[in-house]
Design a protein around this ligand. Structure first.
Ligand code: ADP
Ligand code: MG
Length: 192
């Protein structure tokens, strides 16, 4: 389903070149769960961002089914990300001025392209996702009024809002205690 071919990512810090990913090949089949592990700074987030179409590789290509992500223009790529991918960022990237519920509903709003009115269904689905993740009592909280683990779970609910075919999670249990982390892992496996 997802295929990376010869991914290289180089950053330049002034004249200094930093090669983070070197010729990475990867294939992920439908229904497969894979974990990318490595020490801090190894390039895990960089690779996930490239696989998820959020960043471009310096060299190499990412294929979703048979089409190459880098051949899509920004609008088409955004559409793929909105409708087929869910992405949980390591640092959540929730929208600060919106409530937890609004953050989770956002992908549905974007999907409508501002043309439609958000339906009761979308609101109910967002609330259900948050309830499932144990946040029933936090629907109207803004991100600054949530703990790190709670923000992480809001980010997970948001990533699931449009029923993605592929869910990218960047250290999704990094801010959870052991028991909550284990429950989340079970949840993700069951979801798959
Ligand atoms: P991980 O997620 O495995 O901890 P990252 O993918 O975040 O690692 O980062 C890999 C390396 O790339 C790190 O050494 C980091 O400093 C460097 N890096 C990440 N983003 C940039 C950037 N925008 N410019 C320069 N260096 C970067
Ligand atoms: Mg990282």
């Amino acid at each position: 389903m997802l295929r990376a071919k010869g991914i290289t990512k180089t950053y330049w810090n002034g004249p200094k070149e930093l090669c983070v990913l070197k010729d990475v090949h990867l294939e992920v089949a439908a229904h497969e769960v894979i974990a990318i592990v490595g020490p801090s700074g190894a390039g895990k987030s960089t690779l996930l961002h490239i696989l998820g179409g959020l960043d471009d590789p310096t060299q190499g290509e990412v294929y979703l089914d048979d089409f190459c992500l880098s051949t899509l223009n920004d609008t088409a790529k955004a559409m793929v990300r909105n409708t087929r991918f869910g992405f949980v960022f390591q640092f959540y990237h929730l929208l600060q001025e919106f409530t937890a519920l609004e953050n989770v509903m956002m992908p549905a709003l974007i999907r409508l392209g501002g043309r439609g009115v958000i339906t009761g269904d979308a609101k109910k689905k967002a609330a259900d996702l948050l309830a499932f993740l144990g946040l029933t009592e936090r629907l109207t909280h803004r991100p600054s009024e949530l703990s790190g683990g709670e923000q992480q779970r809001v980010a997970i609910a948001r990533a699931l809002m449009n029923d993605p075919e592929i869910l990218f999670c960047d250290e999704p249990t990094g801010n959870l205690d052991y028991e909550s982390g284990r429950q989340l892992q079970d949840f993700l496996m069951r979801l798959n």
